[in-house]
Design a protein around this ligand. Structure first.
Ligand code: 5GP
Length: 196
């Protein structure tokens, strides 16, 4: 077992807050393991199984869920999403930091079950930017975009339940702020474990 366990980070927030872009930039700047989720939705053009998601059938997802294979799960727009338990816990145990990019419902479950996790809520700067991002992706129909916007507004009401809220106005600034939060979180953990 590694001397120091890794730290668990969660970047959450509404669909369209820019989680994917922020996490990609964060990965360019520092090392951490990014958890690859399982989902029952169809791959989008360009998405690869095992890289972007593990794409599972409903039956396979249900089987793994029943076996306790997920750290958290959420139902989003008629599909299931889940974080593979072993993948994450093994890495933490071996001393690697792990980041989950998940929705607000999943983040709530992590907060309840893993109180040491550092939870970051990414907030879009405005309704207009949020709508623009959802439309600009060009992968959803207008009806799907409207559905996502409605859900995003509900999710934004959950921001006060997160330890940290970062408004994603400027990518560079947002990522720097998250980096600072990650460094603070690590210092606290090490200070705490030093007292034992
Ligand atoms: P998309 O289908 O656009 O890739 O993702 C839809 C939403 O699901 C996003 O908000 C994304 O962060 C979230 N998501 C992706 N993987 C997981 C997961 O494993 N668990 C939870 N709770 N949400 C996830």
């Amino acid at each position: 077992m590694a001397e120091k366990k890794g730290k668990l980070y969660v970047v959450s927030g509404p669909s369209g807050a820019g989680k994917g872009t922020v996490v990609a930039e964060l990965r360019r700047r520092r090392p951490f393991a990014l958890s690859i989720s399982c989902t029952t939705r169809e791959p989008r053009p360009g998405e690869q199984d095992g890289r972007d998601y593990f794409f599972l059938s409903e039956e396979e997802f249900a089987r793994r869920q029943q076996e306790g294979g997920f750290l958290e799960t959420a139902g989003i727009f008629g599909h299931h999403y889940g974080t593979p338990r072993e993948q994450v816990l093994d890495r933490l145990e071996s001393g690697q930091d792990v980041l989950l990019e998940i929705d607000v419902e999943g983040a709530r479950q992590i907060r309840e079950n893993y109180p040491d996790a550092e939870l970051i809520f990414l907030m879009p700067p405005s309704d207009e930017v949020l709508a623009g991002r959802l439309r600009g992706r060009g992968t959803e129909t207008e009806e799907q975009v409207r559905e996502r916007l409605a859900r995003s507004r509900e999710e934004m009401a959950q921001a006060p339940n997160f330890a940290h809220t970062v408004v994603n106005d400027d990518l560079d600034q947002t990522v720097s702020t998250i980096e600072a939060l990650m460094d603070d979180g690590k210092e606290e953990t090490h200070a705490a474990s030093g007292n034992h």
